[in-house]
Design a protein around this ligand. Structure first.
Ligand SMILES: Cc1cc2nc3c(=O)[nH]c(=O)nc-3n(C[C@H](O)[C@H](O)[C@H](O)COP(=O)(O)OP(=O)(O)OC[C@H]3O[C@@H](n4cnc5c(N)ncnc54)[C@H](O)[C@@H]3O)c2cc1C
Length: 385
C-alpha cells in the first residue's frame, strides 16, 4: 500500500517514542491502575496529539490518515493509546462547530499540552446505547446553564481539564424531532471539581481510567455551548465517523502486535523437538489472523481516505470499526492459544493486551449497533429499534 513519505516518517517517529515505554512500564500501571502520564506527556511534547489541530492554533494540521497511523503504531508497539485517543476524536467537534473564540481560547493550550481535552461525556447508566433518551439536563439561566444528571464510562475524566458534554436542553416531548433538543458543551472541569462536579473511578478489567461523573447544579457559562443549542446530537454524529476510524486503526495496531508476538513465539518455542510454528495447527490460525487483519486494514485506509476527501464515510467508518475490532479480537485469542500457558503470564504482556483489546467490539459502539446501521442505512432493511 503506497503510503506517503510523510506518513512513513510519522510511523517511524511514533515507534521510536514508544520504544521508551516497554512492556514493564505498562505492566506496572496496569497492576496499580494508574494513568500513564509520562507516556501521554511524551506524545503531547512530540506533537502527536495535536496532529489534527490546524497550524494556526499550534497543531500540525494533518489529516485523519496521519492521525490513524499514529494510533495504529502506538498499539502495534504494545502501548495503550486508550490513555489519550479521545483528544484526537473529540477535537473534531470543536474544530467543526466551535466558534472562532472557543478555538482561540482552547486549541493552542491543547496543542502545547497545557490543557488536556480527554473526556467525552455521552453515555449514561439508564439510557445505554439509546443516546437520545439521556437524562442529563442543562437549563439556561441568564448567562449560564445549570447542569444536573449523571454520566457513566466517562474515561479519563480525572486526567482531563476539559470535557465535551452532551446534555438535554429542551425536553424530548417539546421537540419536533427526537434528534433535536440535545446540546454540546465544552466544560472546563477545573472550575467545578468539588462544586457541582463529582468524579468516581470505576475499576475495570483493564487499566482504562474510566469514571462515573455526577453533576449537581453545576453552573457553567453560556459561552461553553458549542454551535447552536439543540443541535448537539447532529454534531456528535458527525464526529463519530472520525472516532470509529481512529479506533479501527488502533485495533489494526493491536492485531499486528498479537500476530507479531505469536509469530515470534511460534518460531522460538520448541516442543517435541521442533518449533511449535512448524505445526500447521499452529501456523494456520496465525496466517488466518494475518489475512483477516489485512482485509480490515484496507477498509480502515479506505474509510480514512473518504473522510479526508470530504465525503460522508458513515458506512465505511462503521465497517472499518466492525472488521478491525473483530480482527484484533481474533488475533488476541489466537495469540493466547499460541503461547499456551505463557499467554496467561503477566510478563509476556499477552494477557494485558488481550484484556485491553476486548473492549473494542463493545465500545465506543457495539457490533450489534453497527450491524443495525448497515442493515438499515446501507441495505434498506426496516429499522429494528
Ligand atoms: C471501558 C469503557 C470506556 C468507555 N468510555 C466512554 C467514554 O469515554 N465516553 C462515553 O460516553 N462512553 C464511554 N463508554 C461507553 C460505551 O460507549 C458503551 O458501553 C457502549 O456504547 C455500549 O453501551 P452500553 O454499555 O450502555 O450497553 P447497552 O446499550 O446496555 O447494550 C448492552 C448490549 O445489548 C446490545 N443491544 C442494545 N440494544 C440493542 C438493539 N437494539 N439491537 C441489538 N443489540 C442491542 C448491545 O449491542 C450490547 O451488546 C465506555 C465503555 C467502557 C466499557
Amino acid at each position: 500500500m503506497g503510503e506517503s513519505g510523510d506518513i512513513l516518517e510519522i510511523r517511524r517517529a511514533v515507534r521510536a517514542l514508544c520504544a521508551d515505554f516497554p512492556g514493564e512500564y505498562w505492566r506496572i500501571r496496569d497492576r496499580d491502575r494508574t494513568y500513564p502520564s509520562e507516556f501521554v506527556d511524551a506524545l503531547t511534547r512530540a506533537g502527536f496529539l495535536a496532529a489534527l489541530i490546524p497550524e494556526i492554533y499550534g497543531g500540525s494540521g494533518l489529516k485523519l490518515d496521519a492521525a490513524a497511523a499514529i494510533m495504529e503504531e502506538i498499539q502495534a508497539s504494545g502501548c495503550n493509546g486508550a490513555s489519550a485517543h479521545a483528544q484526537m476524536y473529540i477535537m473534531n467537534t470543536l474544530l467543526r462547530y466551535g466558534s472562532e473564540e472557543q478555538k482561540r481560547a482552547y486549541l493552542p493550550g491543547i496543542a502545547s499540552g497545557e490543557l488536556r481535552l480527554q473526556a467525552f461525556g455521552v453515555s449514561e447508566p439508564a439510557s445505554g446505547t439509546d443516546t437520545l433518551s439521556l437524562r442529563t439536563v442543562a437549563v439556561r439561566d441568564g448567562d449560564a446553564y445549570i447542569v444536573n444528571g449523571q454520566k457513566i464510562w466517562t474515561s479519563r475524566a480525572e486526567h482531563s481539564d476539559l470535557m465535551l458534554l452532551l446534555a438535554r436542553t429542551t425536553p424530548r416531548e417539546e421537540t419536533a424531532s427526537k434528534t433535536e433538543g440535545l446540546s454540546i458543551f465544552l466544560v472546563d472541569m477545573r472550575e467545578f471539581t468539588g462544586s457541582g462536579l463529582t468524579i468516581k473511578p470505576i475499576r475495570t478489567m483493564m487499566n482504562h481510567s474510566t469514571c462515573e461523573v455526577f453533576f449537581d447544579d453545576m453552573r457553567i457559562p453560556a459561552s461553553s455551548l458549542i454551535g447552536e443549542e439543540g443541535k448537539g446530537f447532529r454534531y456528535i454524529l458527525s464526529g463519530m465517523n472520525a472516532e470509529r476510524i481512529l479506533i479501527a486503526a488502533e485495533c489494526i495496531g493491536d492485531a499486528k502486535w498479537f500476530i507479531g508476538k505469536a509469530t515470534d513465539y511460534a518460531k522460538e518455542r520448541t516442543v517435541f523437538a521442533r518449533p511449535i510454528g512448524q505445526n500447521q495447527g499452529v501456523q494456520f490460525p496465525i496466517a488466518r489472523c494475518y489475512a483477516q487483519m489485512r482485509a480490515a486494514e484496507l477498509m480502515v485506509h479506505h474509510a480514512a481516505q473518504v473522510y479526508d476527501e470530504g465525503g460522508n464515510p458513515g458506512a465505511e467508518a462503521n465497517m472499518a470499526k466492525l472488521l478491525a475490532s473483530e480482527a484484533s479480537w481474533a488475533a488476541a485469542d489466537m495469540c493466547v492459544q499460541t503461547h499456551g500457558g505463557f499467554g496467561f503470564a503477566e510478563e509476556y504482556d499477552v494477557e494485558r493486551k488481550f484484556r485491553e483489546a476486548r473492549l473494542y467490539t463493545v465500545a465506543p459502539i457495539s457490533t450489534n449497533l453497527i450491524l443495525s446501521y448497515l442493515a438499515e442505512h446501507v441495505l434498506g432493511l426496516p429499522r429494528s429499534y
